[in-house]
Ligand binder design. Sequence first.
Ligand code: FES
Length: 105
Amino acid sequence: MPIVSIKDTTKVFEVNKDEILYDSLYDRGEELPHGCLSGSCGACRVDVVSGKENLQPPGVIEQNTIEALKDEFTKLHGSDFVKEKEIRLSCRAKVIGDVTIIPIK
Ligand code: FES
């Protein structure tokens, strides 16, 4: 079973393969930041610090929201901020292997 870790914490969760990242942690008592839970608001954004290949590729809705977030972050923090991050939406990303994440505030 895949392991999801939250960076800079001791939080480590064993989850089911193909579970949605947000749902998998919520069901195990960890509530990540969120809003719409449908892929459009971007409030559930996380930086995948390792194991990005262990999330299924983003669909169109998630990809569009990620691109909008990148534009917003570039305006706020500069382009290096975006280049250093692997942004995914926890309410859309399916876990297929071990990942380490950190919510982006
Ligand atoms: S909670 Fe809105 S995009 Fe995930």
